[in-house]
Design a protein around this ligand. Sequence first.
Ligand code: KG4
Ligand code: ZN
Length: 338
Amino acid sequence: MDDLIFLGIESSCDDTAAAIVAGDRRILSSVVSSQTALHADFGGVVPEIAARAHAERLDLAVEQALAEAGLGLRDLSGVAVTAGPGLIGGVMAGVMCAKGIAAGTGLPLIGVNHLAGHALTPRLTDATPFPYLMLLVSGGHCQFLRVEGPRAFTRLGGTIDDAPGEAFDKLARLLALPQPGGPSVEAEAAGGDADRFDLPRPLLDRPGCDLSFSGLKTAALRLRDRLVEEQGGLRSRDRRDLCAAFQAAVAEVLAEKARRALDRAPVPVLAVAGGVAANRAVRGALEQVAKAAGAAFLAPPLRLCTDNGAMIAWAGIELFRLGQRDGMDLAARPRWPL
Ligand code: KG4
Ligand code: ZN
């Protein structure tokens, strides 16, 4: 079975991605075509624009992934594709592309849950055995998953409103910093005093692993408005201190909930995925929590933490090994809880 070679296709948000991955965990190629520039003027991903761009770019991404791997379609063992959850136009474009390839070649078709793709990444990068704890933390997701098998996930908790990446992006917008907001806020925070402003730690006083970020965002908005009113504008020091306080609050909340998740369901590894996993304060806080719980901390390289085709190809390989085969009736699903 270890000579499997899968194509993985991902188009559920604003990245058009295709990758070739081997059953022995080698990534033979990984192409990600970002649409950030297309959506920049709109302050967020526009579903219609995203769907069209995916439809235009998918074939090229697949062609490039094959070329970079030095392979042709006949060398593949299967085609895996994100079948949801996500923006439905983009998911449909990906599923149609994968069906076309499967129909034309007779290759097996495997529909993959996007969240499972993220959640199984530690097995692609580090051959992590089950079970482990995964914190998925990006612009669209925030949840704690106990990963017990390629199709066995227990959700221990998650956000009840915004995802943290979304909150970072909104804060950046409030402070007129460039998008995506996470890296801008982190850069500002580096020179700031996290203790000057007192921001809330939402849901910290409640038991369990659920999280909330919208109150934090509102508190930051009020603070900004108060400073503008009192001083007639924001000074660069205010911006730095506000970013530092915000980042510290996010890191503290994520770390405390991770501590509870590890306490409730002890596992040898705490892994993290998603764009917010790039944040050094967040990473550092999670690493400490893992250490204190006697668990290893695993953060895959950022290109595999954010949306990509390799995680979908890999999840496809794992599901193929379990016997999953999908037909031409594979549906694109906007919602698909794990
Ligand atoms: O996983 P991702 O690329 O896309 C999805 O949301 O699926 O995550 C993007 C999010 C954005 O909200 C971005 O602001 C955030 O991850 N992000 C960060 C950092 N880098 C990216 N947030 C905090 N600190 C960072 N260094
Ligand atoms: Zn994602």
